[in-house]
Design a protein around this ligand. Structure first.
Ligand SMILES: Cc1ncc(COP(=O)(O)O)c(C=O)c1O
Length: 397
């Protein structure tokens, strides 16, 4: 058993990030400035989007996307229940309704058939989530959106660098929103990006990310800037700083290498866990590129004498940090109490949640770390394996 605790996630940051941050600090320009613009340009290029607007979180990115389309109180936005708080709370900001739908049991991504059933005359948008970095079924989602006049805002918090049937995630829908939280595939500490090909929407997001004041307000303390500005709407304070953007630039330069390492770790896990009776390994798709932000293992509980929570605890005792993705949104008190949801209203999401464990998968893991995780999972499973039903000893004579 390992003697030190292996964290569930660790950012891969070092000298390159420090150098960029140092440059930002020494430039005297700490907030949104040229590094942020540079980060936007390099990111837009990386995903093939026409416009990229850097903000301080993926949550802010999704909020601004919904603002840009003019979401109104009483409108409905269809999203998955199998996601993090952010994907639905941004809809509530408008007093609009997040309409949850169930997921595909294999991919855990939103089930397009369920989306179709949930569309009403109040539906304005769909927010699919690429869970773990495996692209959702965008062809089917876009087809529904087209037929019903809906806007697709991808929650791509997990999906850099994912590719859907040859198209990088970031250029396939009206909006794509990324996260650069410390656990994500590239990080800026806190940060996010809105990608869109629509100039008017990009402009609206940029303005609303900085108090709703006229464009290039961030330049007002620079030589080229002007003291004059106009407030065109009550905006937000969502801008990215140059300190964060510098970090992002360094991260983008090593994004490919970090992704390759995660793919290698995923391969080792798949080999070690494939065919193990008490485990179900996560799916991949030959027509897509998986970002492998998460490695979501599922327990075959009918093969085990313990549930997921003691399994997690046993891994923790072996100094392996793990997590659970996700506690479906409809199970949380706020959504239960507001909309009267019961756990079984979305049975696939709820049942899969009960069996899910996310294992560490990040570029700073050594081969020994990966082996430690494999050994711990197999050992805990073997120790709590359900042995076939024991027969009563037969009484003879
Ligand atoms: C699916 C999903 N969407 C959105 C977010 C929010 O990202 P951020 O923390 O950058 O706002 C997360 C964060 O973990 C997430 O997992």
């Amino acid at each position: 058993m390992r003697s030190t605790y292996l964290p569930f996630a660790l950012p891969d940051v070092g000298d390159a990030e420090l150098e960029e941050i140092r440059e930002s600090l020494l430039s005297g320009w700490l907030t949104t400035g040229s590094k942020t613009r540079q980060f936007e340009a390099v990111f837009a290029e990386a995903v093939g989007a026409r416009y990229a607007v850097a903000v301080n979180s993926c949550t802010a990115a999704m909020h601004l996307a919904l603002e840009a389309i003019g979401l109104k109180p009483g409108d409905e936005v269809i999203t998955t229940t199998y996601t993090f708080a952010a994907s639905a709370e941004v809809v509530r900001y408008f007093d609009a309704r997040p309409v949850f739908v169930d997921v595909d049991p294999v991919s855990l991504n939103i089930d397009p058939a369920r989306i179709e059933e949930a569309v009403t005359e109040r539906t304005r948008a769909i927010i699919p989530v690429h869970v773990a970095g495996l692209p959702a079924d965008l062809d089917a989602i876009h087809d529904i959106a087209r037929r019903h006049g809906l806007i697709v805002i991808e929650d791509a918090a997990h999906a850099f660098p994912s590719v859907y049937k040859g198209t990088p995630i970031g250029r396939a829908s009206a909006f794509t929103c990324f996260s650069f939280y410390p656990t994500k595939s590239i990080t800026t500490g806190e940060g996010g990006m809105i990608c869109t090909d629509n100039e008017a929407w990009a402009e609206r997001c940029r303005i609303m990310a900085l108090h709703g004041i006229s464009n290039d307000a961030w330049k007002r303390y620079s030589a080229e800037g002007s003291w004059y500005y106009e407030i065109i709407a009550p905006g937000y304070k969502y801008n990215m700083t140059d300190i964060a953007a510098g970090m992002g630039l360094a991260q983008l330069r090593k994004a490919e290498a970090m992704w390759q390492r995660r793919c290698e770790i995923a391969r080792r896990y798949q080999e070690a866990f494939g065919g193990v009776a008490f485990l179900e390994t996560p799916p991949d798709r030959s027509d897509c590129q998986h970002a492998w932000h998460l490695y979501m293992l599922r327990l075959n509980l009918d093969q085990l004498t313990i549930d997921r929570a003691p399994f997690v605890e046993a891994l923790k005792q072996r100094h392996i940090g793990v997590s659970v993705h996700f506690i479906p949104l409809h199970v949380h008190p706020y959504y239960r109490e507001t909309y009267g949801y019961q756990p079984e209203d979305f049975p696939v999401a709820y049942q899969q949640y009960l069996r899910e464990i996310s294992l560490p998968i990040y570029s700073k893991m050594s081969d020994d770390d990966v082996q430690d995780v494999i050994d711990a999972v197999l050992e805990v499973g073997a120790r709590h394996r359900l042995q076939g039903v024991q027969r009563e000893p037969s009484v003879s004579g």
